[in-house]
Design a protein around this ligand. Structure first.
Ligand code: ATP
Length: 282
């Protein structure tokens, strides 16, 4: 399987923040959720991928090509959505069509019009008069209308109600019907990822904690609950992170290393993130 994105040892520093040797691969034909708390480095990584920020070190390949050397070719095949629409807000959807058909060789005016109709976005209303949900849907329609092979989405569903989020997730699933298409999707809404992601990459304080197949991730970890004394019976090497709660302690464990006599709860993505961010080494 080829990779849509390959990031190797990416470094970027700001005065009070560093991306530290960020590496991950997004296999073509799959969806990766990119998660981490506020300020963890998701947008910085995405901006480096898109060459909107200059990396200091490392290698970034998109469709197997260096992202900077082949920037123009690559951008013809990428659709990008940020959490806001960075377009002058006096423009309306028809103006945007007239501009983008001159920029993208593969701009599909009919498909753009279809998406606007489907999302009930008015063709002739200035962007500033659209609701947040409508602006996001417009942004997604724009990203899809030159038939990209890769969508890079930075919190595309944040601040949207569950109905609109569901419509947008459906559209992403439709996009994935072409089996070469891929999505990198940064979000805080981990339940969206539980629905659609194949891989989860978790960044914490500028470092990748894991980048794993979602099903393996959810299967490999378990949550054990009990008292400190009872926890002594768990093998030390199985324990990953520990948290205290009102009733005792919870330990994130490597399920394969724990005897089946122990009862383990199934974690979700949010549980796993919380253990890594708030938990301590046992
Ligand atoms: N241009 C900049 N100059 C200085 N610091 C910056 C700049 N851009 C981002 N940062 C800092 O880098 C860190 C990572 O920011 P980033 O936007 O990548 O996080 P994020 O994971 O996308 O967060 P959020 O979920 O809140 O969007 C933050 O501490 C931020 O303040």
């Amino acid at each position: 399987m080829t990779n849509a994105i390959e990031v190797t040892n990416l470094k970027k520093s700001f005065p009070q923040f560093q991306l530290k040797d960020v590496s991950f691969q997004l296999p073509a034909g799959t969806i990766m959720g990119f998660v981490g708390e506020n300020g963890a480095g998701k947008t910085t990584t995405i901006k480096c991928l898109l060459n909107l920020l200059k990396k200091e070190h490392g290698e970034i390949k998109i469709f197997g090509l260096d992202h900077s050397e082949h920037e123009t070719t690559i951008k013809e095949h990428i659709g990008v959505v940020f959490d806001e629409l960075y377009i002058p807000d006096t423009l309306h959807a028809t103006h945007i069509n007239n501009i983008l058909e001159k920029i993208f060789d593969r701009w599909d005016e009919a498909y753009y019009a279809d998406l606007l109709k489907r999302f009930k976005i008015p063709f002739k209303k200035p962007i500033k008069q659209l609701s947040r949900g409508m602006r996001m849907k417009l942004s997604i329609a724009i990203a899809l209308s030159h038939h990209p092979k890769l969508l890079i989405l930075d919190e595309p569903t944040s601040g949207l109600d569950p109905i609109v989020r569901d419509e947008i997730l459906d559209l992403f699933m439709e996009f994935m019907q072409d089996e070469d298409n891929s999505i990198l999707f940064s979000t805080h809404i981990t339940s969206d990822l539980e629905k659609i992601a194949d891989y989860i990459t978790f960044i914490h304080d500028g470092e990748i904690v894991f980048s794993k197949n979602k099903d393996e991730l959810l299967y490999d970890y378990g949550i054990w609950k009990g008292t400190i004394e009872q926890s002594m019976e768990l093998p030390e090497h199985a324990k990953i992170r520990m948290r205290k709660n009102a009733f005792g302690i919870e330990i994130l464990v490597n399920r394969k290393e724990v005897n089946s006599a122990f009862t383990l709860d199934k974690p979700n993505i949010e549980d796993i993130m919380l253990f890594f961010v708030k938990g301590v080494h046992p």
